[in-house]
Design a protein around this ligand. Structure first.
Ligand code: HEC
Length: 484
């Protein structure tokens, strides 16, 4: 003991032979009011935390907090990026579209929670810790085998060595020992530092090699780790091939191929033209149109039919209307049910609104962006509210054809939108056009007050916007005049 007096006491430990005697001792120690205690057993013992008076861990709350932080971070981040900092319509969804934000929110929730669980566990357990003074006693090795240990820490407020010893003795504790603080140096040994240094130095070598390779030339060919991935016999899109007579690796559809769900439609439906009439007046054009409907890639003779059709169309529209003798379908074969209009609204939102704007006015996001960066080659999308695009001058079939094959600078959408949905868009464009010239009488009586109120709000907003623009212009003029 004389030797022990010089060193700091860490605590006092006793060895038990059975779970029952250990549990009994735990309860006695707990009831005596000791808080900084611990039991060591070779296997998990149920109820031991209760016997020692250990409170349930707060880790679940930490994990919950971290998880919620993750969810909120993800949502705020996406709402900020997608609807405030750079509002952008994606696939016709609203700017703040919770379902679209879910995957990232889920991922960040899981990520933050697992960080909370992992690092929280370390922090709560006081880890990392390389040694424990208890390990100095060789008897303690049996804790992983067949012995049970109970320990009371000297830093406990109530710590009193003699009374703890008394409890140990009364409950059958053996080999009761005072544990002395480990006073060996807490400095990290030099060899470990040297090993770290070596590892760090060695890890820089590959980087240096890569750097050298990037700035020097080499005689030997490049090294391919996955040779067959770099040089695959498979062809990329638009690549050539000597295998086929036409030299194309991409194979066009077999002539007459009909897409799923499109088999029930007749040629008029697929072209927007009264084909019987057209075959009578212009057989070659009718033939070309028939071939076009075989697929978006075009006719099978190697010429790209879509452009052919598009150019002809452009000639028809740039010249006076009288030259357009095409017998266009004048009625939308789908009709105008609510379902058709909703479908058309959806597809207009996805495919057309980016250029033509949600209201068809021609000022979609792409147009705004192009004007902002002053793109010199930009052709502004047409406003769909021009007189010349109304159904009396621009039949439904022609509008269908414009959507399908494109016109002048506008690309065709036959390859991306099914014929049925293109007709739905036609119906919706007509609805947009009608909405511009609607009279109060055309609104169902029951809905009039609600809609008129909305219109007033919009009017007010437009007025304010115009005033703000006027003010900005005046200010600009004033500064221009000033600088003169
Ligand atoms: C990539 C942008 C873009 C998209 C998307 C787009 N358009 Fe266009 N659209 C244009 C441009 C540009 C013009 C004007 C072309 C020109 O004058 O060269 C135009 C013209 C038109 C015209 C007038 C045609 C004419 O004969 O004058 C109509 C009608 C039209 N688009 C309808 C649509 C519909 C319906 C959709 C959705 C399926 C759509 N556009 C998608 C850019 C686009």
């Amino acid at each position: 003991m004389s030797e022990n007096n010089e060193k700091k006491v860490h605590g006092i430990v006793a060895e038990y032979e059975s779970v029952d005697s250990l549990l009994n001792a735990c309860r006695r120690v707990r009831d005596a009011g000791y808080k900084k205690t611990d039991a060591y057993t070779p296997f998990p013992v149920h109820g031991i935390d209760k016997a020692l008076g250990i409170k349930p861990t707060v880790l679940p709350w930490i994990v919950l907090g971290c998880g919620l932080t993750g969810t909120i971070t993800a949502l705020v981040m996406q709402i900020w990026m997608n609807s405030i900092d750079y509002p952008y319509i994606i696939s016709g969804k609203p700017y703040i579209s919770l379902p679209a934000f879910m995957p990232v929110a889920f991922e960040l929730t899981v990520l933050f929670s697992s960080f909370g669980a992992f690092f929280g566990m370390w922090a709560l357990n006081g880890l990392p810790r390389f040694s424990n003074p208890l390990f100095t006693d060789p008897r303690f090795d049996r804790v992983t085998d067949d012995r049970f240990f109970l320990y009371v820490d000297a830093s406990d407020d109530k710590y009193d060595e003699t009374s703890v010893r008394e409890i140990y003795e009364q409950t059958g504790g053996e080999h009761i020992k005072t544990v002395i603080d480990d006073d060996s140096s807490d400095k990290i040994p030099k060899p470990i530092f040297m090993a770290w240094g070596l590892v760090i130095a060695a890890s820089v070598i590959p980087l240096l090699i890569v750097l050298k390779m990037r700035v020097t030339n080499s005689e030997s060919p490049r090294f391919h780790i996955f040779y067959d991935m770099d040089f695959s016999p498979a062809k990329d899109a638009q690549q050539g091939s000597t295998l086929f007579a036409d030299g194309r690796a991409m194979r066009p559809d077999v002539p007459g191929t009909v897409a799923r769900g499109e088999s029930n439609y007749d040629l008029d439906f697929m072209t927007g033209v009264q084909m019987e009439k057209l075959s009578a007046v212009d057989p070659p054009r009718a033939e070309r149109l028939v071939r076009l409907t075989a697929g978006p890639i075009g006719p099978q003779d190697g010429t790209v039919g879509v452009t052919e059709e598009k150019e002809e169309d452009s000639a028809a529209t740039t010249e006076p209307k009288a030259t357009d003798t095409t017998p266009w379908l004048t009625k939308n074969p789908l009709g105008t049910s609510e379902q058709v209009l909703r479908q058309g609204q959806k597809y207009f939102g996805i495919y057309c609104s980016v250029c033509h704007g949600m209201n068809g006015g021609g000022n979609g996001l792409v147009n705004r962006r192009a004007r902002k960066i002053l793109s010199p080659t930009w052709i502004p999308p047409s406003s769909l509210h021009q007189d010349s695009l109304y159904s009396d001058q621009y039949p439904d079939g022609k509008l269908f054809s414009t959507i399908s094959n494109g016109i002048r600078k506008m690309p065709g959408y036959a390859g991306q939108i099914q014929a049925k949905d293109r007709w739905a868009i036609v119906a919706y464009v007509r609805a947009l056009q009608a909405s511009r010239n609607a009279s109060v009488e055309s609104i169902p009586e029951a809905k009039r007050p609600e809609i008129l109120e909305k219109l007033e709000i919009v009017d007010q907003q437009l007025k304010e916007q115009a005033e703000a623009e006027q003010a900005a212009q005046d200010a600009a003029k004033a500064t221009a005049a000033d600088s003169k």
